[in-house]
Design a protein around this ligand. Structure first.
Ligand code: PBG
Ligand code: ZN
Length: 364
């Protein structure tokens, strides 16, 4: 306030703001804001933690969490992933202990990602009953029978070129061949003991292809969690290091997945694509990534009655962990707030690399 203004307003101010006065004296004076308050005061319900707890609309529970685990074949000890502090590539053996730990913490589901040493053009190891995909599902199920195994279905971890399906003569991923293959992969996963299958390749028709294949092979009870709105995001970077499926090594194929994953600029297209998966028979729809796409999650919540999942991806996890390591954020508080934002936007379940930490915090 300039001196001039404050002089003009002086007669309106309670004396307390000019010089200290007794309470009784103060009460005699009119206040600048007298009669200006509404009858509704939002702060009534924020005044203490008991009241705040009573009116809280959303909360994160251990049963909301799906824990992604990397499993690398042919290694002797777990390997740390530099860009994702706290995350490792398990060996096939150490997967057993990880599963038991998750089960003891009350985690209801895990998602397994194979790190293959047997890559080829089609990713055929993942369609073999003795391949890494089948082996790790079987081992995880044996170790923790109470934990639902959600099998990520895709080929990028198993192809030598790193794309999510075989490449056609135009140098692009062959949609219909990939659907054929992923239907086979789904049956392999179900036979190995997967409780849920989650196709992540963003191929057209993959959900109905998988549904059909599961139904004719007797796996009518296995639900499909569709990566329904999966964007071509730069935030997948740390995952591609972790799973060994980064692009750009093979000059004959595109160094990106923009011909099958969604354009980050598009909202209506994302909703169309997700609702298409529902029509094809998906039981659960997923939005991925999470935080940069909360608008898509909230919009989809309005358009479908299906349960919704959200994937807090590697880059989001890395941002929070690395900011915490740099002293800029508190890991626990930042993580819990970001998970809460998913629940608020409409997610029923959350894939997060922090699942074990979160379960530990919530169980305290
Ligand atoms: C592969 C797949 C990716 C992720 C899950 N499955 C990477 C990609 O599409 O490039 C990303 C997970 C993450 O970043 O945490 N189909
Ligand atoms: Zn893929």
């Amino acid at each position: 306030m300039t001196d001039k203004t404050s002089d003009k307003l002086k007669h309106l101010l309670p004396d307390a703001m000019t010089e200290p006065k007794s309470h009784a004296e103060l009460m005699k004076h009119k206040r600048l804001t007298e009669n200006a308050f509404p009858h509704v005061r939002m702060r009534r319900l924020r005044q203490n933690s008991a009241v705040r707890d009573m009116v809280r609309e959303n909360q994160v529970q251990v049963s909301d969490l799906i824990y992604p685990i990397f499993v690398e074949e042919d290694i002797d000890t777990p390997v740390a992933i530099k860009s994702m502090p706290g995350v490792v590539r398990e060996t096939e053996k150490t997967l057993t202990a990880k599963m038991k730990e998750a089960q003891e913490l009350g985690i209801r589901s895990v998602m397994l990602f194979g790190v293959s040493h047997h890559k080829d053009h089609n990713g055929s190891d993942s369609m073999s009953p003795n391949g890494l995909l089948a082996r790790m599902i079987d081992r995880a199920k044996q170790a923790a029978p109470d934990v639902a195994i959600t099998a990520d279905l895709c080929f990028c971890e198993y192809t030598d070129h790193g794309h999510c399906g075989p490449i056609n003569r135009h140098g692009d991923v062959d949609n219909d061949k990939t659907v054929e293959n992923i239907a086979m992969q789904a049956v392999i996963a179900a036979e190995a003991g997967a409780d849920i299958v989650a196709p992540s390749g963003m191929m057209d028709g993959q959900v109905s292809g998988i549904r059909h294949a599961l139904d004719v092979t007797g796996f009518t009870h296995v639900p499909v969690m569709a990566y329904a709105a999966k964007f071509a995001s730069v935030f997948y970077g740390p995952f591609r290091d972790a799973a060994g499926c980064s692009l750009g090594h093979d000059v004959n194929v595109p160094a990106h997945r923009k011909s099958y994953q969604l354009d980050p600029a598009n909202s209506r297209e994302a909703i169309r694509d997700a609702l298409m998966d529902e029509q094809e028979g998906a039981d659960i729809l997923m939005v991925k990534p999470g935080m940069p796409y909360l608008d898509i999650l909230a919009k989809l919540r309005e358009k479908t009655e299906l349960p919704l999942a959200v994937y807090q991806i590697s880059g989001e996890y890395a941002m929070i962990r690395l900011a915490a390591e740099a002293g800029a954020l508190n890991y626990q508080s930042a993580m819990m707030e970001s998970l809460l934002s998913f629940k608020r936007a409409g997610a029923d379940m959350i894939l997060t690399y922090s699942a074990l930490d979160v379960a530990n915090w919530l169980n305290k």
